[in-house]
Design a protein around this ligand. Structure first.
Ligand SMILES: Nc1nc2c(ncn2[C@@H]2O[C@H](COP(=O)(O)OP(=O)(O)OP(=O)(O)O)[C@@H](O)[C@H]2O)c(=O)[nH]1
Length: 344
């Protein structure tokens, strides 16, 4: 029955723009709404799935790569079928696409889904206010992504001045005249703007459904994806890392290394906590959190960039492991702690 359909919202946005942050916020702020999440991450260590795990009703991480590369919609259909089982009583499904995904092909896959329990709920494009100019210069495709969006979230406004923010709003209006743009810091978007709880019958009307023609008119071709030009390297180490050597690595990361994310296991004073790492362009942040009981203390990183030398990066990271004779104390952690937010 059409009125019972579950809206499926796509969240896209360039690497590190704040999609996971927004999703975590939405889940925290929507206690009475059951949100099903599909995370489509880049690289087989599913960092985003780990970051949001525990806060969702049902989680089906997509291992190994990009939803938009699926030869047909069957893989997504299968996941949607599992998430929309009536007994799960999911109110809304959110698909967080990899930062490198092409929104048009994801919309097309959703619209061609044979699942009668779902309805396409719109595309939310998250834009990084601080990096937008640079990213756009390097990736003109971003304009197309912004135009495809039902809602643009101009995130990280805390990192720009009011004037810069106003200029960005103007630029976004030039790119996509009339597009609704929300400004946000730390992904704090009112969940009510994205989905309604009950009754679904009423809320459904508010979701705009793109037509197939809209989507196909774009002329998207496989192989021209944003991520075709990117490489990703995964690094895992059971040996704890020396915090100063890791900082030296991060301070001198190659220009093409656009994004580093994951979890770190430091030696010595830092070993009691797990340090989440997010680096985007020149931006760097660590987010400490307790290790779960029984959680293996390992470092897991994904590095994404253009023209990066995987062997050289892996070698340099391996050299960050602490040696048997080294003693690590609090002072060695100071470089890391400078990049931890006060709230953490
Ligand atoms: N200052 C600031 N930092 C933010 C904001 N939103 C997110 N961040 C930080 O930016 C980094 C990247 O955020 P994520 O939510 O992981 O971004 P993402 O789009 O999911 O990243 P990918 O999965 O790589 O595409 C993290 O360190 C966040 O804490 C914001 O509004 N302001």
């Amino acid at each position: 029955m059409a009125t019972q359909r579950i809206p499926v919202i796509l969240v896209t946005g360039f690497l590190g723009s704040g999609k996971t942050t927004m999703l975590n916020h939405l889940m925290r702020d929507s206690a009475d709404t059951r949100i099903g999440v599909i995370v489509n991450d880049f690289g087989s260590i599913n960092i985003d799935a780990l970051a949001v795990a525990g806060q969702v009703d049902s989680m089906i991480p997509i291992e190994n790569g990009c939803l938009c590369c699926a030869a047909d919609a069957s893989e997504m259909d299968e996941m949607l079928a599992r998430l929309t089982e009536p007994e799960l009583r999911i109110d809304v499904v959110v698909i967080e696409a990899s930062g490198l995904a092409e929104p048009q092909s994801m919309i097309r896959a959703l619209l061609s889904s044979t699942n009668e329990r779902i309805v396409y709920g719109g595309l939310v494009e998250v834009v990084d206010a601080a990096e937008f100019g640079d990213t756009r210069a390097r990736h003109p495709e971003l304009d197309r992504h912004v135009r495809a969006a039902d809602l643009v979230v101009l995130n990280k406004t805390d990192r720009v001045t009011e004037d810069e923010r106003d200029d960005l709003l103007e630029t976004l209006q030039e790119i996509a005249p009339g597009a609704p743009v929300l400004t946000a810091a730390h992904g704090r978007v009112d969940p009510a703007l994205l989905f309604d709880h009950q009754p679904r019958e009423a809320s459904e009307e508010r979701f705009r459904q793109l037509s197939f023609a809209d989507v196909c008119a774009d002329g998207h071709e496989h192989g021209h994806h944003l991520h075709a030009a990117y490489d990703s390297v995964e690094f895992t180490s059971a040996e704890p890392l020396h915090p100063q050597r890791l900082m030296a690595f991060l301070d001198s990361r190659p220009v093409g290394l656009y994004r580093v994310k994951g979890f770190l296991h430091f030696a010595g004073a830092g070993s009691e906590r797990k340090f989440g790492l997010h680096a985007v362009g020149s931006y760097l942040r660590f987010q400490p959190s307790p290790w779960e009981p029984g959680e293996p203390r390992v470092t897991q990183l994904v590095l994404i960039g253009t023209g990066i030398d995987a062997d050289a990066l892996t070698k340099r990271l391996a050299e960050c492991a602490v040696t048997a004779t080294e003693e690590i104390d609090e002072t060695h952690m100071m470089g890391v702690l400078r990049y931890v937010d006060a709230a953490d």
